[in-house]
Design a binder for this molecule. Structure first.
Ligand SMILES: OC[C@H]1O[C@](O)(CO)[C@@H](O)[C@@H]1O
Length: 363
């Protein structure tokens, strides 16, 4: 529904609300911690408020043009598209594209999971699974879930640890706005690559500080200066995450998945993310006890791998219309061999040439 030019900024709102919710929850918990034994009831009760807003708000969400087309309401779809794009814009071409994709989707949705494992969807499947899995391997939820515990272990008071967690969440939330501003101007790849380097460097320095202050015994006391440095470095990691892997994990799959495999792809994307969140949060304490400061090197290693992966396999998708997304795979140095090039096939049909796909240009 979002115009391609501003699609990244619009989709970033999803992550802004997620991290905004986490920030609010941390603040509520901080108030809860001051309320004595009923504090947890207050914290838990507040969780019902957004659920109520969502339930009521659902009645006011407008239908998207795609959904109207799926239900055969073409006239309403046209009106809806005109409403979104403005009455002056020529929306007929876009409407026809959407109808064409819908026809393809209808043919494929009988067996969506069987469809998405076809060879021509390999780039979509790999990227849609890799990004949400990697997102968790940045270690962000370890920072999110265990920040107060980590802050306690470096000598901060209970109150100080909760405030530290609020600061971290605030940085994470604010940086999603940096992403909203830059993602459609500078592109997705730049944000992935820049934030990757930023997070790796901070994780290395964190490993060094923890090893120098705590060694492997984990019993020494942190100096105040080091404790502050730890908080600052974690904030820098949080900021990098907030303007890259946080929102881009939802933006990229939503823009690369063609309609015919979109439901299956989105399902795989969310499932990979939640599965990885579950595994890492369950394993974290054991990993921490075994690896001590090495846990930061563990995550730095993963961020290095995923940054190289993005550099090699993730084409730029900024401003590309969904209907034209095929072209970016056809022009990619690696993925071109998996996708079909309809224009070449058409050419073959006309002049009988047996052309093979050639990468047009490397993205
Ligand atoms: O994108 C979702 C991820 O982002 C966070 O909300 C942090 O900002 C994580 O808790 C979650 O796993």
């Amino acid at each position: 529904m979002a115009p391609p030019k501003w699609r990244g900024a619009f989709t970033t709102a999803f992550q802004s609300f997620l991290s905004g919710g986490a920030l609010l929850a941390t603040i509520i918990n901080w108030f809860g911690s001051k309320m004595g034994e009923n504090g947890w009831r207050f914290s838990l009760g507040c969780a019902g408020i957004p659920a109520a807003i969502m339930t009521v708000g659902a009645f006011f969400i407008p239908d998207t043009p795609s959904s109207l087309i799926q239900r055969g309401q073409l006239q309403k779809a046209r009106q809806s598209l005109n409403q979104v794009r403005g009455v002056d814009s020529d929306t007929e071409a876009e409407l026809n594209d959407l109808i064409r994709h819908h026809e393809a989707a209808k043919a494929a949705t009988k067996q969506p999971y069987k469809t998405i494992i076809q060879r021509k969807y390999r780039p979509h499947l790999v990227i849609t699974t890799a990004i949400p899995t990697f997102q968790q391997l940045t270690g962000i939820n370890i920072v999110a879930f265990y920040a107060p515990v980590l802050f306690r272990s470096i000598g901060l008071s209970v109150d100080g640890s909760l405030i530290g967690a609020i600061i971290l969440n605030f940085i994470n939330f604010s940086s999603t706005f940096v992403s909203a501003y830059s993602v459609d101007r500078f592109g997705r790849r730049l944000l992935f690559l820049e934030a990757g380097v930023q997070m790796i460097l901070c994780q290395f320095v964190l490993a060094y500080i923890f090893s120098a202050e705590l060694g492997t015994a984990g019993t020494a006391n942190f100096s105040k200066g080091s404790a502050i440095l730890v908080l600052v470095l974690m904030c820098i990691i949080s900021a990098g995450f907030g303007w890259s892997w946080g929102p881009l994990t939802w933006i990229v799959p939503s823009e690369i998945l063609p309609l015919e495999v979109r439901p299956a792809g989105q399902g795989i994307c969310i499932a990979s993310n939640f599965l990885m969140t579950f595994i890492l949060s369950q394993a974290f304490l054991s990993i921490l006890c075994k690896m001590k400061y090495g846990v930061f090197l563990f995550y730095a290693g993963w961020v290095l791998i995923m940054t190289v992966f993005m550099g090699l396999f993730m084409p730029e998708t900024k401003g590309i219309r969904l209907q034209e997304m095929d072209k970016i795979w056809q022009g990619h140095w690696f993925w071109y061999r998996f996708v079909e090039d309809p224009s070449l096939n058409y050419a073959n049909m006309i002049d009988g040439n047996q052309n093979h796909n050639q990468p047009g240009h490397s993205l």
